[in-house]
Design a protein around this ligand. Structure first.
Ligand SMILES: [Zn+2]
Length: 314
């Protein structure tokens, strides 16, 4: 999930404010959870152990990250780079670099203080990262995003792309949203996709792709990525429908499957074409049945891969 903040329309803001009140220690904004959970009247479940984390941020101070000091070894590895594709760099995506950003981290709920740390997203400051949402049965969004990202990586590598993951179960929390953007920038990615699933009210169904809006402030300047990101996102939305059979969201984007946001650090700080995708609503039982299916997740990954391929092949 990617909760809204005060820069978004009032209807969304109301939900976000409710979320901020009810879920402040569970869903911490920036890139995941929040809005819809409040609408559903139920707090997000960040997976096993998540509720305890909301009241026990007892990690030693030495574990707190600092941009100016070396972070703990386990929390700041280099971005996970893919091994060279089997058979060399042949394939239609040879020479292309794709960064995949698995939303959240399964262990964020154990590091509330660290992920609450404010980071500069150019236009404002937001939390480092968020816990994300989960299905009612406890399947965490962060597990979903990593699984789909792995499937997506495999599909893209088969086409010859160089693939970089922003993290790959190699950190205790995060990365922060500003670092997630920076990894894509430093990789000079041809395309970046941040994978998520939403946490909205029951009956709210379907996927939507989030596009960067025009923002400028501090380190944020999306003027060069708005247009190519829309192209990337539009292709992903269309091909996601084809691969999964899922309909565009019935609660965001007016059934277009596309939404534009100006409040997400991961988009605002990106200098390369980037979109988020909310693959479905984990809080809706029918969507949850899809999201928890490995077979469906493969289709979801295929749809995203098809969209990326279409964009990169022009
Ligand atoms: Zn999310």
């Amino acid at each position: 999930m990617v909760p809204y903040d005060e820069s978004v329309p009032p209807t969304r803001r109301r939900r976000s404010l409710l979320a901020a009140t009810a879920l402040a220690t569970v869903c911490l904004s920036a890139a995941g959870c929040g809005a819809g959970d409040a609408g559903a009247g139920a707090p997000a479940r960040p997976g096993p152990g998540g509720s305890a984390a909301a009241t026990s941020p007892s990690t030693p101070p030495s574990a707190s990250p600092s941009k100016s000091a070396p972070a703990p070894k386990k929390t700041s590895p280099s971005p996970t780079r893919s091994a060279p594709p089997a058979g060399g760099n042949s394939g239609p995506l040879s020479g292309k670099t794709v960064v995949i950003d698995p939303g959240h981290n399964p262990n964020n709920h154990l590091h509330t203080r660290e992920i609450n740390r404010q980071v500069d997203i150019g236009t404002t400051h937001k939390e480092c990262d968020t816990t994300g949402t989960s299905t009612n049965s406890g399947y965490a969004e962060a597990r979903f995003t990593l699984d789909v990202s792995h499937r997506l990586r495999t599909l893209l590598q088969k086409q010859g792309a160089k693939v970089v993951l922003t993290y790959d179960n190699d950190r205790t929390y995060g990365p922060c949203v500003d670092e997630r953007a920076r990894i894509g920038n430093e990789a000079r990615a041809d395309a970046v996709v941040s994978v998520h699933a939403d946490g909205s009210a029951v009956g709210n169904r379907g996927f939507h792709v989030i596009l960067p809006g025009p923002v400028r402030g501090g380190a944020a300047d999306t003027s060069k990525i708005v247009e190519p990101s829309r192209d990337l996102g539009t292709r992903i939305a269309g091909l996601f429908v084809r691969a999964t059979g899922s309909a565009p969201s019935n609660y965001v984007g007016g059934n277009t499957g596309l939404d534009v946001r100006k409040d997400l650090g991961g988009l605002n700080l990106s200098t390369v074409p980037k979109v988020f995708i909310e693959c479905g609503n984990m809080r809706d039982p029918k969507d949850a049945a899809l999201l928890t299916s490995a077979g469906w997740r493969q289709k979801a990954a295929q749809g995203i891969a098809d969209g990326i391929s279409s964009y990169l092949n022009g």
